[in-house]
Design a protein around this ligand. Structure first.
Ligand code: GTP
Ligand code: MG
Length: 170
């Protein structure tokens, strides 16, 4: 069966684990952080009539870049997240982009995601800023909410289509 490996990285508390658990279990829950070691979650799904395993790797915001080369092995895509209610996490995007470019293979799509879309009243980063940043790097951009599930499936679906497109056309 085809396996689609996707790594999620970004600053601490930006909602990486919540995003993964929303996609995998379709619910919003916060679990205690894993004690070191990369955690991954599998979900079997169907895409374009093909059964595939979507494997989401949960990067810890605390970990230094040391763990990234291992985590990025054979990954099809990396999602870099920031929290729309935490300006700092947006300011740190460059660091994450550089790490991904340094440690991931060339055949690896990068996606930018602003999390916590449901927290409009606490928003510190406008959607246009995210769009502009993503456009500069030529990468797709989404805003999602793991709380109500907005755009989470769309994000993963978009990654699936992109990866399949690349596979069919190379
Ligand atoms: N309202 C709202 N809260 C969210 C959302 N996503 C995450 N949170 C909250 O933000 C906090 C951090 O979420 P996590 O998923 O643990 O963040 P993380 O990026 O995995 O954090 P680290 O593993 O410590 O780097 C928790 O209190 C979550 O409940 C969201 O979409 N909406
Ligand atoms: Mg986490």
């Amino acid at each position: 069966m085809f396996k689609l490996k996707v790594c999620i990285v970004g600053d601490i508390e930006t909602g990486k684990t919540a995003l993964i658990r929303r996609y995998i279990y379709d619910k919003f829950d916060t679990v205690a952080n894993s004690l070191g070691g990369s955690t991954f979650y599998d979900k079997t799904t169907e895409f374009d009539g093909n059964k595939i395993v979507v494997q989401l790797w949960d990067g810890s915001g605390k970990k230094g870049p040391k763990s990234l080369p291992i985590m990025f092995q054979d990954t099809s895509a990396v999602i870099i997240v920031y929290d729309i209610t935490q300006r700092d996490s947006f300011e740190n995007l460059e660091y994450w982009i550089n790490s991904v470019e340094k440690y991931s293979g060339s055949f690896c799509g990068i996606y930018l995601v602003g999390t916590k879309l449901d927290c409009q009243e606490k928003r510190e980063v406008m959607a246009e800023e995210g769009e502009k940043f993503a456009a500069e790097y030529g990468i797709p951009f989404f805003e999602t909410s793991s709380f109500d599930g907005s755009y989470v499936k769309e994000l993963i679906h978009n990654i699936c289509s992109h990866v399949f497109f690349v596979i069919y056309n190379t």
